[in-house]
Design a protein around this ligand. Structure first.
Ligand SMILES: O=c1[nH]cc([C@@H]2O[C@H](COP(=O)(O)O)[C@@H](O)[C@H]2O)c(=O)[nH]1
Ligand SMILES: [Mg+2]
Length: 222
């Protein structure tokens, strides 16, 4: 398998939120609800800083940016309450299922590297279990002791590569990401990256560093 003008890849690592699952929209619903309680406005600029981070890091960003009068623990308690209500209904994003099944049928090893934790992973994948079983492994940055720093650090991608049986070098791994932090993390890991950003993302930061940038995973579905 190769991507045009780039090095051949043997293993594929997927981000999860906003890439495979339509959960970024739900994080926004939960964050809006929380911010409104304190008379504050949640913005895309703040969200972009949070995306892909481990949840403790992400909590600190929002609390500091909006000077919320709550602790990280209280923020997480309120967010988990909203997420328990919202995530079990999340849908797959267009093209995700076709691409996952295509790679799996062709015996290309696939894994997930997400900023999420175990609790949220179970909520988000509850209705998609058969599909998520096709992944060789899943790295949950917020619950995994081997992931010290969240994206844009390379940690979760390097851990994901090491957990494939073949332990591929980073060069041979291709990452699909939606978040700026995630795409930077993949590049920092020395991997190739296809960036599928939200339409609101600031693209100037990343364009020249990436293997490819597209607006839809469906673009890759055969
Ligand atoms: O609006 C938000 N989006 C995303 C996150 C963080 O990003 C992670 C999702 O990362 P990824 O895209 O790597 O799966 C979530 O678990 C959460 O920690 C967040 O806090 N708020
Ligand atoms: Mg994402």
């Amino acid at each position: 398998m190769s991507t045009s003008g780039n090095k051949p890849v043997s293993h594929v690592i997927f981000d999860m939120d906003g890439l495979l699952l339509d959960t970024e929209r739900l994080y926004t619903v939960a964050s809006n609800e929380l911010c409104e309680k304190y008379g504050k406005t949640f913005t895309w600029e703040i969200k972009a800083k949070q995306m892909g981070k481990k949840e403790q890091e992400s909590a600190k960003i929002l609390i500091n940016e909006l000077e919320l009068p709550i602790t990280v623990e209280e923020y997480l308690r309120q967010m988990h309450e909203a997420q328990e209500r919202l995530f079990p209904h999340c849908e797959l994003l267009p093209g995700a299922e076709t691409l996952i099944r295509h790679l799996s049928q062709h015996n290309i090893p696939i894994a997930i590297a997400t900023g999420s934790n175990k609790f949220n992973y179970e909520l988000k994948t509850r209705n998609h279990q058969e599909l998520f079983e096709l992944f060789h492994h899943v790295v949950l940055s917020s619950s995994d002791p081997d992931v010290i720093h969240g994206k844009p650090a390379p940690d979760c991608f390097l851990v994901a590569a090491q957990r494939f049986d073949e332990k591929p070098i980073p060069d041979k791994c291709l990452v699909f990401e939606d978040a700026n932090n995630g795409a930077l993390g993949a590049i920092n890991a020395g991997m190739q990256c296809i960036w599928i950003p939200d339409k609101q993302a600031d693209q100037s930061q990343l364009r020249d560093k990436l293997t490819k940038s597209v607006f839809h995973l469906q673009w890759y579905s055969t």
